[in-house]
Design a protein around this ligand. Sequence first.
Ligand SMILES: *[C@@H]1O[C@H](CO)[C@@H](O)[C@H](O)[C@H]1NC(C)=O
Length: 365
Amino acid sequence: MGWPRIAFRASLFLAMVAICIARKVPACFVFGDSLVDSGNNNYLVSLAKANYNPNGIDFGGPTGRFTNGRTVADILDEELGFEGYTPPYLAPTTVWPVIQEGVNYGSGASGILKSTGTMFGGRIYFGAQIDNFAGTRQEIISHIGEPAALELLGQSLFSVTIGSNDLINNYLLPVVSVVEQVLVSPEVFIDSMISSYMLQLTCCLQRLYDMGARKILVVNMGPIGCIPFERDTDSASGNSCADRPNQMARMFNVRLEDLVSQLRSTLQGSIIVYADVYRTVVDVIENYASYGFDNANSSCCSITGNHGGLLPCGPPSVVCSDRSKYIFWDSYHPSDAANSVIAKRLMDGGPDDIRPMNIRQLADL
Ligand SMILES: *[C@@H]1O[C@H](CO)[C@@H](O)[C@H](O)[C@H]1NC(C)=O
């Protein structure tokens, strides 16, 4: 009589132990641009691709990631206890049961605005990334049913890293800008872009929420004036970060944080976290030596330009001798080493970096 009971208690105990050591976040759904693309653009006819050497040199080879190693999304996967990295939506292997641990919808050259990045050809803009998620969600429901799917999605981490291309590959492009900047002032452009972003983001986040998302990370725009591309193309930059793009990023971020606060109160039961990556990256650039870097202004993988910022990283490029000492891998993107610093701050940072809570706290809820 006593044995089944002991056995039951023992198995209950083991089940509880298993729950305690299980991942707090069952899945990650990643939305964004080339900062997080883990290979989607490999499947598109696009000029914005990174599936060739020397990209991925510290990843075991090119994967489509626009960096030498891991993206911030990859490092968050590690920190959250996942065994692998969130796979790209377009990979043929990203099907059930893999998708129950999350999917990456990120696409290089994409933006908030549908038109952003046109000159690169194929890319998946933010709204279409949400459409793709709707498909994934249906597939999950078809396997485990709606209640279990909603439980899974409610605990999952949804991250949104998008917006830089709407500035860099649009308004700030040297070719476009000569004409457009005469006609449209930065304030007017930013205003219309943000108004459009507000509509898009409100709608997209509302859609994610309606589909079951509750834990949402919104990453703000980094100091785009500090990337080697802007340092080399903005004639006013000299040897420092280009002021104008940074100013625009800050204007954008102020409005973004307002929007996030609003959505936080309208979407009942959601926890929308705002990450001030702008501040984190400026801190790393200004105090680079204390973070173990010795280069804060140039591309590690470079062909030409004072800061190696004029051409994309590719087979003809020269790679710096110590990649862990460079903040920037190429003209636009941080190195694996810089991504590590950013990811750690997202995980464990204080309210200056991420608010109202960090990812570790968000995961624990
Ligand atoms: C990059 O930064 C270093 C260290 O501050 C500085 O000596 C160098 O002149 C800068 N290079 C360029 C091209 O701006």
